[in-house]
Write a protein that binds this ligand. Structure first.
Ligand code: IMP
Length: 431
């Protein structure tokens, strides 16, 4: 086991506050690597009151660290270059010297966005995707017709591949009465972006191998979260990539024995965007309170997030399938004003009580949460950076959650700034 490296993953349905933790942990890393998802992700980092909104770029760039985008990520060129421009305007320079993209990473094309929107329209039960073309881009990857960054070096091959890809999607679009998509504008755009995109590309897998052999440490930055994993999430209400720790290895070309410790990030309540099962959802005033107090609106889409109580059954599954070695518990301060706090410790499914259920199973659709109740501390914890300064009732809640999940809580956050962080133990020392 390599104890220099660390994987940071969302342990719920995304938006747990991974970006600011990655930014904070990047201080101890040499390289920050993205391994899954695309510009469907949204990470907000607040430094000295300045808010950086990242989607496709590794969060460590804001800290001046080297960034890597692995083969498991899908890249939309317009989104990529627009984000680089935004970062430059905020004083963060991004160049091929500090960012490398795997040459085998697949591209998200304008037709993928159109297909995503059309798929959502035609589905009987919409998934609530980000409508950015992510799903169709991954479909093309497993369908073996995707265009990869390395294809941009050969215009003839690129055109042939584009013909094949368009023939596939246009037949489907036409069949449902939608407008088909023309090749030339897409080809022109790809050829326009080709030289600059190629200048960022390289063999990420061997670059990371060399870096590790030289003693450098890598922070793997997960996007989305375990409950959105295409295998282990609440299928079909999932994203289209692998979001587990194992995906950090396959999505960058690093051996599984070298990925190190795994830090799962969970809010001390739960949220999800899009459709799908959410047993502890609060469709009432309390849910609205968590939404406004926690500013629970999508970074990318502005969509309000569904809110509910922390779900230990869900969290335990995420911990087990991902091999998480510790948990960062975020947004404790959002609970500050509550008189009563609930935590779901088991489900009742058709009269049977269970505390370990897989979200990939349809049984979870009928789960009724069983709660443990805690009285709230009703005072501010915002900005507290030492465990000892927390109110006693907050400490009791944290300790009880730790007992229930059976792995250590290494970090607690108490506000949006990177200094609003309590470190209980080094996540890299948790194996
Ligand atoms: P897609 O990834 O756009 O295909 O969307 C599939 C599901 O994943 C939808 O429920 C989205 O809301 C969800 N999703 C995708 N990216 C994120 C994210 O960064 N945070 C939270 N949910 C996400």
């Amino acid at each position: 086991m390599n104890n220099l490296n660390l994987v940071v993953l969302g342990a719920q349905w995304g938006d747990e506050g991974k970006g600011r933790l990655v930014d904070w942990l990047a201080g101890q890393a040499d390289i920050v690597a993205r391994f899954n998802g695309g510009h469907n992700a949204g990470h907000t980092i607040v430094i000295d009151g300045k808010s950086y909104k990242l989607s496709l770029l590794p969060s460590g760039l804001v800290r001046g660290k080297k960034g890597v985008i692995g083969n498991g990520v899908v890249i939309e060129p317009n989104a990529f270059f627009a984000e680089i421009s935004r970062m430059r305007e905020m004083g963060v320079d991004v160049t091929p010297d500090n960012l490398t993209i795997a040459e085998t990473a697949c591209l998200v094309l304008p037709i993928h966005k159109i297909v995503d929107q059309e798929q959502e329209k035609r589905r009987k039960n919409a998934i609530g995707t980000t409508l950015r073309g992510i799903g169709p881009a991954y479909e093309d990857k497993v369908g073996r017709r995707a265009i990869r960054i390395c294809d941009l070096a050969s215009p003839k091959l690129l055109e042939e591949k584009l013909d094949m890809l368009l023939a596939h999607h246009n037949a489907w679009l036409k069949g449902g009465g939608a407008e088909t998509v023309e090749k030339q504008p897409i080809l022109d755009e790809l050829l326009k972006f080709a030289p600059e995109l190629l200048s960022y590309s390289g063999p990420v897998w061997s670059m990371l191998d060399k870096a590790m052999n030289d003693g450098e440490s890598i922070l793997f930055e997960g996007s989305q979260a375990v409950m959105l994993d295409v295998d282990w999430g609440s299928y079909p209400y999932v994203t289209s990539s692998g979001t587990l720790a194992a995906s950090a290895a396959s999505g960058t070309g690093v051996g599984v024995n070298r990925i190190g410790s795994v830090l799962g990030v969970s809010k001390c309540y739960a949220t999800r965007v899009g459709e799908g099962p959410f047993p502890t959802e609060l469709a009432d005033e309390l849910g609205q309170f968590l939404q406004s107090e926690g500013k629970e609106f999508g970074v990318n889409t502005g969509r309000p997030r569904r809110c509910g109580w922390l779900d230990i059954v869900q969290l335990k599954q995420a911990i087990k399938v991902s091999g998480m070695s510790s948990i960062a518990l975020t947004k404790l301060d959002v609970l500050d004003q509550l008189k009563l706090i609930k935590v779901c410790v088991a489900y009742e499914i058709s009269g049977r009580i269970s505390d370990l259920e897989a979200f990939s199973s349809p049984k979870v659709n009928n789960a009724k949460p069983i709660y443990e109740e805690f009285s709230g501390w009703e005072c501010t914890t915002q900005g507290i950076s030492s465990f000892f300064d927390l109110p006693e009732k907050a400490k009791q809640l944290i300790k009880r959650i730790e007992d229930l999940i059976e792995i250590p809580i290494s970090i607690v956050t108490t506000g949006p700034d990177r200094l609003d962080t309590i470190v209980l133990r080094d996540p890299k020392s948790c194996m």
